[in-house]
Structure formats: structure tokens, C-alpha cells
Write a protein that binds this ligand. Sequence first.
Ligand SMILES: [Zn+2]
Length: 184
Amino acid sequence: MHDELKTSYRSIIEAVGEDPNREGLLDTPKRAAKAMEYLTKGYRQTLEEITNNAVFSTDADDMVVIQDIELYSMCEHHLLPFVGRCHIAYIPNGKVLGLSKFARIVDMYARRFQIQEQLTHQIAKAVEEVIGAKGVGVIVEAKHMCMMMRGVEKQNSQMRTSVMLGSFRNDSKTRNEFLMLIKR
Ligand SMILES: [Zn+2]
């Protein structure tokens, strides 16, 4: 994959009219390939391996909220970054998941080519699958470089997507509690 990416980046540099042999650009295909490998490493991870050994038993059935998980992804339409935050809440059903694993779940799906709606859905489904929660709520707020740097060039618009599963979908009290808890 690395060599293929390197060759492709060299072609891109030439295609925009630059000289890939210019000193400042000489190692760029290599560096860009490495960066792209990192930014897409979610394709080479599985839910099972990243949540391994971090599911614990519990009697509690109170809402757990993890707020402001940083999120860096790339839109699949322009391959430009979108950047924001993710909030996750769930009602346990006998099992909880170690805190750091939520960040890993977010990263695994974010480090793929994405649209924000799908990313939000995948995160919610993953939490539901791993711990069998009674309900899961996920909200993603992000700014898209494809809107800010090109196209309509709107700098301050933010996209907000939410997915509510189980009790978060069926019970407005649960949903509202989540929304109130993440309010600033
Ligand atoms: Zn885009």
C-alpha cells in the first residue's frame, strides 16, 4: 500500500503543475503516503480487537455519558478533513465498557473515508453491539473543510448528527436527560 500511495501522490503533485523533484517536495510523496496510511488505519482494525478485555460486569443501570471525544475524519466526497467532537451515552444492561475504548471506537470509524451521518450510526451500533446496552445515544458535531476551504466557503457552520437507539429512541425522558447533560 505504501508504494502505491507514494506513486499516486507523486502523480498528484505533477498533475497540479508542480515539480516533484523540487527540494521541498522531494520527500513529500513518502510523507503524504505515511500520513494517509495513518488517517485510514481504521480499515485495518476490528471492533473485537480494539475493545478486547475491557468489558466489565455491573449492576448499575444509570446513564453513562462520555462527552467531547475529539474526532478527526475525512469526508468520502472530497477526501478533505472534517473535525469535531462526539458525545456518547448509554444505559448499561449488565455490562460497561472501559472509558478509553469509546475513544478507540470513535477513532476506528473516523479513520476511514466517511460521511458524518454514517460515522455517527456506526459508533452507536458498535457500542450497542459490544456491551448490549439498553439504549445508546450518539451526537457528532463537526466542521467540514470541504465547506470551509472550497465550495460555499462557509467558515462557521457546523453539522450536528445524532443517532438514538433502544431506550434513547423510545423514551423521551432518557433522550432529554442525555441532551441536558451535554449542554454547555
Ligand atoms: Zn466533503
